[in-house]
Unconditional design. Structure first.
Lengths: 593, 212
């Protein structure tokens, strides 16, 4: 079994069809195939080979426009994304409002492995509060599970993909069991200065958690823990772990990693799943809808071969949607299934984002040394004001974390640009001296916070617009509440206070929330739209992503999330996908599917 | 894209305060550039990331010979040779700026609307003050003009637009230069080398910042 054509897939039979090949699809296919299920994966984008296609070590002078981002490559020329961005040619979406503040922008990638090829690799666990937010403060929705239900799957995912971090034991910021995390990288000098000065303000800075191998995975110990009693799976995983190199502390992660030192679905989930012999993948397969059998169960899916335009219908015992939250919502709406609750498309969320940066004289003209490290998040600040917030002292309902950093990194178009606010604007030898002096003396803070789901944020089918395949597209409704706007203002204000405490300065003052907040969708943490729950009248799936209305249809991506904690959602999506897939295996073994 | 009449007029009005005779413009070799075709494609959403890329590859360069001379002189005024590194024009920055302002993307098209009239203006200003094109001026003459436009916040009203041009040109020159091997070495970037371990900051660095 392997990469096959649509025509070949038509002839085969499968236990499970998995729609999507990113974090959710990769994890679902991995868990299912390692335990013997025969899986067909459908990916809307093209095949992608990180080993041969990744631009490792290329400098920006070797790229068009010195690597700067363009509408065709929004995160820069060397970014791994293929055929993706906030706009995908021929695949539009629409907004119900003309007001930019009420518009949502939707990032997609059309490639094997999806967004996992370029993502930031930040891997934070939700904490106990994050599963019961409504119980704690009366806002939003509780999850139909607790932290304890998901913790074993966080353990498994961290051991499988490799996550560095430390166990700092802070409130609602869970530790991992001993032996699960890899050692964190040494902090940069800018990290240490932020840590020292933030501490004086009562703000913590602790080791970051990212899916980067600071050392090689233990191929003798981990496979036994991950696949107890399954000798074949242990053997496959042990062999594959030995093919993953440790980080070489160079070249940005967003380009992907040809030596497999960080997590991408294409380098971590799919290779061992393929080695089981149980996984077939069809790329360029744009799924339009789930099909229904006369008895109401899912029969399979119809998809369009992007290369030929031909429609194909594939069938299986179980269908898993892992197409990314909103693409799965779109498939559900276009299928007209699993929506007796009317909740499909409702309560979509992004992460609240506001940035703030400054310049710190103490960091000027430091002795030269290599600061590439692991390319980000050596340290970070978890949310620290839980008690004050619960007591109503902050004026907004939920928390955020800071991703921060400084240092001398690979020069690009921004490296010596915009210095006029510091030196008045000059040229010549003085300009060259200033460029050396200021390079590496800047620190940036990215506030990333929890958005509370609200009735004004939802997706529906546009009644008129179709994509180039003739598939109806999504129309978005969006509105931030005062919780998000208050939080965004707090992010900038607090970052400015930390920069002040470092003796630093900034070119613009902290802004009000409506100006500070990034547009919905810009942080690319969109989740929700097919909420899980305990009541079929108020939710789309149960806690295993199993649709109430269609018992053999599962959703394993971010669509089922009931809340969007400040913790970046990818690790949680993978843990949920592992748990859901294990549940599916049990149901199939008991002939209940 | 050609410069529209309104843009050109705005620049010319700005220049009248120091260019007594607009007639002089007629004698200046104009920084002419070929248009960027309205349907000029970019590098696409799936460019070959392990291929060779050079200015002029993904889309044609458009600056004319006179404009390239002015660009070269101006980027060397921003980043001249010193004891550490050579001048910007010697490491391909003129080709880079040409690539940038010839690109078919919105940001670059917008920058083109600032850079091309800016190059026209600076040659006209040079003619008006010293009777020569900018590239032919001596260093004190170049500096006399640059000193009026290098600080956008403090530039006199008649130089406001020219100061915006200079700030953008300086950013492009710096980006073009500091991304090259000599530029990266000059500015003090010592990474992008494969390591078996990451040691963090040396003790001397921590001491200087008061962390050890």
């Amino acid at each position: 079994m392997s990469f096959i054509s649509a025509a070949e897939a038509d002839k085969n039979t499968y236990d499970v069809i998995v729609v999507g090949s990113g974090a959710a699809g990769g994890q679902s296919a991995y868990t299912l195939t390692m335990d013997g299920a025969r899986v067909l994966m459908l990916e809307a984008g093209r095949h992608y080979e990180p080993a041969t296609e990744t631009p490792m070590m290329q400098t920006n002078a070797a790229a068009p426009l010195r690597g700067a981002g363009t509408p065709e490559k929004p995160f820069g020329f060397w970014d791994a994304t293929i055929d993706g961005g906030w706009q995908v040619p021929g695949e539009p979406y629409t907004s119900a409002s003309d007001d930019p503040a009420r518009q949502f922008v939707w990032w997609r990638a059309r490639m094997l492995g999806g967004r996992t090829n370029h993502w930031g690799r930040i891997s934070l666990r939700n904490g106990p509060y994050d599963f019961k937010p409504h119980t704690r403060d009366g806002l939003g929705f509780d999850w139909p599970m607790s932290y304890e239900d998901l913790a074993p799957y966080y353990d498994k995912v961290e051991m499988l993909i490799g996550v560095y971090g430390a166990n700092d034991g802070l409130e609602n910021t869970p530790n991992s069991p001993a032996g699960v995390l890899l050692p964190p990288p040494k902090p940069l000098v800018s990290d240490l200065l932020i840590q020292q000065r933030a501490r004086k303000l009562g703000i913590p800075a602790i080791a970051g958690h990212r899916a980067v191998l600071t050392q090689r995975l233990d191929h003798l110990r981990l496979p036994k823990l991950l696949h107890p009693g399954n000798a074949k799976a242990q053997s496959i995983l042990a062999a594959d772990m030995q093919k993953r190199a440790a980080c070489i502390f160079a070249t940005p992660c967003g380009r992907g990693c040809s030596i497999r030192a960080n997590y991408q679905s294409t380098t971590v989930h799919l290779p061992p799943a393929m080695d089981t012999g149980n996984l077939d993948i069809v790329t360029d397969a744009m799924v339009r809808a789930v099909t229904k059998r006369p008895d109401g169960r899912a029969e399979g899916v119809v998809y369009i071969d992007r290369k030929t335009g031909a429609e194909h219908h594939v069938k299986a015992r179980v269908v898993v949607l892992a197409a990314s939250a909103l693409e799965s919502v779109r498939i559900l709406l276009n299928s007209g299934v699993a929506n007796s609750s009317g909740k499909v498309g409702k309560y979509i969320m992004d992460t609240v984002g506001a940035n703030f940066s400054g310049q710190v004289p103490l960091l000027e003209s430091l002795p030269l040394h290599n600061e590439d490290g692991v390319d980000g998040l050596h340290l970070y600040t978890p949310w620290w004001l839980y008690k004050e917030q619960l007591a109503g002292k902050l004026g907004f309902g939920r928390g955020y974390h800071f991703e921060f950093g400084g240092g001398r990194h690979l020069p690009g178009m921004g490296t010596a640009a915009g210095l006029a606010w510091l030196n008045g604007g000059n040229y010549g030898r003085k300009f060259k001296e200033d460029a050396r002096r200021y390079y590496g003396s800047f620190v940036g803070f990215a506030g990333r916070g929890e958005m509370i789901p609200n009735d004004d944020c939802y997706a529906e089918l546009d009644p008129d617009v179709k994509d180039r395949f003739g598939i109806p597209v999504l129309r978005f409704h969006w509105k931030w509440s005062q919780h998000e706007l208050g939080q965004a203002a707090h992010m900038q204000k607090t970052a400015a206070e930390i920069i002040d405490a470092m003796g630093g300065r900034y070119s613009t003052k902290p802004q009000s929330g409506d100006k500070a907040i990034k547009q919905g969708g810009i942080i690319i943490h969109e989740v929700g739209g097919a909420m899980m729950g305990t009541d079929p009248a108020k939710s789309v799936t149960n806690s295993f992503g199993r649709c109430w209305d269609m018992k053999n249809l599962f959703i394993t991506d971010g669509a089922t999330l009931c809340s969007n904690a400040d913790k970046n959602p990818t690790l949680t999506i993978m843990a949920l996908a592992w748990r859901a897939s294990e549940h599916m295996l049990g149901l199939m073994k008991r002939k209940e599917l | 894209m050609s410069l529209d009449r309104r843009t050109t007029l705005k620049w010319m009005f700005a220049a009248t305060a120091t260019v007594p005779s607009l007639q002089a413009l007629g004698d200046v070799p104009q920084p002419q550039a070929r248009d960027v075709a309205a349907d000029q494609p970019g590098y696409g959403t799936d460019p070959n990331l392990t291929g060779e890329w050079k200015p002029g590859g993904p889309w044609p360069l458009t600056l004319g010979a006179a404009a390239r001379l002015t660009t070269s002189a101006l980027c060397d005024l921003v980043i001249p040779a010193d004891s550490v590194s050579p001048a910007a024009s010697s490491v391909g920055v003129v080709d880079f700026i040409d690539e940038w302002i010839s690109a078919p993307y919105p940001q670059q098209r917008s920058d083109r609307e600032l850079i091309l009239p800016g190059l026209t203006w600076i040659d006209a200003e040079s003619q008006g003050r010293f009777g020569k094109a900018f590239a032919a001026l001596d260093q004190p003459q170049k500096e006399a003009i640059a000193n009026d436009i290098c600080n956008a916040a403090k530039a006199a009203p008649q130089f406001a637009t020219a100061a915006k041009f200079f700030a953008k040109f300086r950013d492009l020159t710096a980006g073009g230069f500091y991304t090259t091997p000599v530029g990266m070495k000059d500015i003090g970037y010592v990474g992008n080398v494969s390591l078996t371990r990451f040691d963090g900051p040396p003790l001397a660095v921590l001491k200087k910042v008061g962390l050890a």
